[in-house]
Design a protein around this ligand. Structure first.
Ligand code: MLT
Length: 410
């Protein structure tokens, strides 16, 4: 018989969101009349902005015409999109990122997992706890960990707790690590990192020859002008960081799929012989071998996000979700719940009432309020006793959700 990848057997139960889906389905099957409101997975609800839709329609028309039809595009993305990204997302903020350091892809989830292909299996990996589960699970799948303990923590990974006690600021590890995943604005806590915090991490990475895998998928939600949008706003970060970005949450592309990863040409790693090599050509090789690029109409739509109309419409979309977050935050605070995040991020992170476990609170909210959130413990052991609500929903549903949340407490 064929050998399987045994590492998959180390994974804890199902991936978090399918597990939530399973429980919600069981509830709905048993309660067919319940009108469940879903603030679990961070999936957008509002339609694509008109400027993006228009650009996609025009691109589809091009594909329908022999003279303008396109087959395979460049694997790394079309220049029109890479240039728009480099200019608007980075150069306009004073970050030294060029278009040929940008790799357009179908999602940050895929990229944050796939990036492991180009790094040796013996690297020490650090993650925050709680953490976006994809970082952990893909390390498990690729054999970089041992087994999980009773709390779900895997041997071999370095966990950095981020809780209310340390103001959700990840402390530098007291040992040397090779790869460090940081996500800001943070999923799941909805909190942000100051320039000073990121400066310390860049300094750490420089001193230890580490690489930071910086997930900035939620950067569009930053409202505080003092908070950096990109790790490349920190001097020296080009030499120690890869950044992941997405059109999913700002432009509503969760179903459409378009994202990008920045791999600076100055970033280096070492071979097992100790020779220093550039990381950029490795990722380029991996990307071109395993990926044929994002479709042309989708890239045209993504590029329209940077047009004057696109920027304004995306700004309105982001403000809409942030207002939802404010309603959640304030509604819950009024009834004495400890609430975090939700100011520079579309996620509200809260302490479960009466010290309920995260999953017990999930069940209570589902049963009594017909409301779905995400148990904090699903993001890691340090998330136990916390709960996440997503602000991605219609205004009516968010208002109703606040009322149901409050009622379900009594
Ligand atoms: C989440 O709910 O954490 C996100 O939607 C997951 C993702 O973006 O893959």
């Amino acid at each position: 018989m064929v050998h399987i990848n045994d590492n998959y057997l180390k994974l804890k139960a199902g991936y978090l969101f399918p597990e939530i889906g399973r429980r919600v389905k069981a509830f709905c099957d048993a309660n067919p009349d319940a009108k469940v409101i879903r603030l679990g997975i961070g999936d957008v609800t509002e339609p694509l902005p008109p400027a993006i839709v228009e650009a996609m329609h025009a691109a589809v028309d091009e594909m329908a015409n022999r003279d303008t039809f396109r087959g395979y595009g460049p694997e790394q993305g079309y220049d029109f999109l890479r240039n728009a990204i480099a200019e608007n997302d980075f150069q306009a903020r004073g970050c030294n990122v060029s278009a040929d350091e940008i790799f357009v892809s179908d999602g940050s989830k895929c990229d944050t997992g796939n990036i492991l292909d180009i790094f040796g299996a013996d690297n020490t990996v650090a993650v925050t706890d709680p953490v976006y589960p994809v970082y952990v699970d893909t390390n498990v799948m690729s054999g970089r960990t041992g087994a999980a303990d009773a709390s779900g923590r895997y041997a071999g990974l370095v966990y950095i707790p981020v809780t209310a006690e340390n103001n959700f600021t990840p402390a530098l590890p007291d040992q040397r690590v090779d790869l460090i995943y940081l996500c800001f604005p943070n999923n799941p806590t909805g909190t942000v990192a100051s320039k000073e915090t990121l400066r310390q991490w860049v300094d750490y990475a420089q001193a230890n020859d580490s690489i930071i895998l910086f997930d900035a998928a939620y950067e569009a939600f930053i409202t505080d002008p003092e908070i950096p949008h990109s790790i490349y706003e920190i001097e020296g970060a080009r030499d120690v960081a890869i950044e992941f970005r997405s059109f999913s949450k700002n432009a509503g592309f969760t179903g459409t799929r378009c994202a990008f990863t920045v791999v600076p040409k100055s970033l280096r790693g070492k071979t097992s012989n100790g020779d220093s090599v550039e990381i950029h050509p490795l990722w380029n090789r991996r990307h071109c071998t395993r990926f044929n690029g994002v479709s042309y109409p989708i890239q045209r739509g993504a590029a329209a996000a940077y047009s004057a109309a696109g920027r304004q419409q995306i700004g309105e979309l982001v403000s809409f979700y942030l207002e939802n977050a404010r309603l959640l935050r304030e509604g819950l605070t009024q009834v004495g719940i400890d609430v975090y995040g939700g100011v520079n991020a579309p996620y509200v992170w809260l302490k479960t009432p009466n010290d309920l476990s995260s999953w017990d609170f999930f069940d209570q909210l589902l049963q009594k309020g017909h409301l779905v959130g995400t148990p904090g413990s699903g993001f890691g052991a340090a998330g136990e006793g916390y709960f996440r609500l997503s602000a991605f929903n219609s205004r009516a549903n968010v208002e109703e959700a606040v009322q149901r949340f409050v009622k379900s407490l009594s």
